[in-house]
Design a protein around this ligand. Sequence first.
Ligand SMILES: NC(=O)c1ccc[n+]([C@@H]2O[C@H](COP(=O)([O-])OP(=O)(O)OC[C@H]3O[C@@H](n4cnc5c(N)ncnc54)[C@H](O)[C@@H]3O)[C@@H](O)[C@H]2O)c1
Ligand SMILES: O=C(O)C(=O)C[C@@H](O)[C@H](O)[C@H](O)COP(=O)(O)O
Ligand SMILES: [Zn+2]
Length: 366
Amino acid sequence: MGVEKLTVELGERSYQIVIGDGLLHQAAALLVEAGIASTSKLMIVTDENVAVHYLEPLLDVLRENGYQAHSAIVPAGEQSKSLAVYERLMTEAIEAGLDRKSAVLALGGGVVGDLAGFVAATYMRGIDFVQMPTTLLAHDSSVGGKVAINHPLGKNLIGAFHQPKVVIYDTKALRSLPKREVAAGFAEVVKHGLIADAAFVDWLEDNADLLWQLDSELLGKAIEKGCAVKAAIVSQDETEQGQRALLNLGHTFGHAFEALSAYSTLNHGEAISIGMCLAAKVAERIGFAETGVYNRTKRMLELFHLPTAWPGTLSPDAVLEAMKRDKKTVGGKLALVLPRAIGQVEVVKNIEEELILGVMREEVEG
Ligand SMILES: NC(=O)c1ccc[n+]([C@@H]2O[C@H](COP(=O)([O-])OP(=O)(O)OC[C@H]3O[C@@H](n4cnc5c(N)ncnc54)[C@H](O)[C@@H]3O)[C@@H](O)[C@H]2O)c1
Ligand SMILES: O=C(O)C(=O)C[C@@H](O)[C@H](O)[C@H](O)COP(=O)(O)O
Ligand SMILES: [Zn+2]
């Protein structure tokens, strides 16, 4: 695969998503193109797993091109999206002498991207930010400017909209990704099909085996398509006044699972995989979706080795309470993104809580 470029159209804040194998070595040139000159002091935020593979090669490229960079390494995992880690990064930014012309580079998966992006959004009221995704899931998280940390009571409850200046996606990094994280990434790839493109879902199904083996040509196509679906929606509705909420398919359930398990048992992709199945089940139960949508959704996710069954010990009542803290809830009324058909979803309000509870209780009983 060559280098592919997509644009997120947002007027003067438009930016490119550059996707290619081995792109890390072009990072300095891509920063210059995005308006981040070597006079800007950088803070690279990464996690301990990603640092082992990619931090030194990135530092070498940056140094060779005259950039000065401070590296901040956080523990791997969702628990780093916390106020404590955020505060530590702020302290590092101040001590490293970052100023208003500085930029934060997020080198990692969605955890690093969301966390580093929130640091960039709030440091000195906002400085430049670059996404360098290293997971498959981050084809979603690196695009669109939602940046956030978690609260023990709810996922991404402390955050901002802060768009990156450029997304530099070196797909070579995916070769060191553990298979569990590959699966998690496919949850968001499948989601992009389920919300916007039935033909893409067919294509994913036909090519699942090769995609799972990370065939670079096919994986590149899946990433481009996922990014294109997301970029189109974000360009229309940057701050989620309407249709951006469609990107939340499965997330009201999924985020509740993540928060109730203290961000430690299920990863995000696994949680939303189960959530997308529940959304399909609710949609069929209220007669919103045609029969068969649930079975197809479940089959697609299982093809990519994702969980689809109720997460162990969680109580449906506790899940429902946690779901009400979702950002789409207004005036205490839940809003769920539900499929009408494969490739077509809508936001649905006023679903009886008892019905949602009933579906969840059936799942617990298996
Ligand atoms: N902002 C958004 O629009 C958006 C969209 C989707 C998800 N998210 C957020 O993204 C987060 C999940 O992101 P994620 O799944 O990338 O998780 P992650 O960042 O925790 O990465 C998953 C694991 O893979 C490791 N890793 C990352 N890249 C690697 C590589 N190339 N080689 C080896 N190991 C590597 C990490 O250290 C970590 O252990 C969640 O917090 C979710 O809420 C945000
Ligand atoms: O970008 C969006 O909009 C999304 O909903 C993408 C989701 O995959 C992502 O998990 C996002 O962080 C969820 O946002 P939230 O507003 O529900 O926290
Ligand atoms: Zn998500």
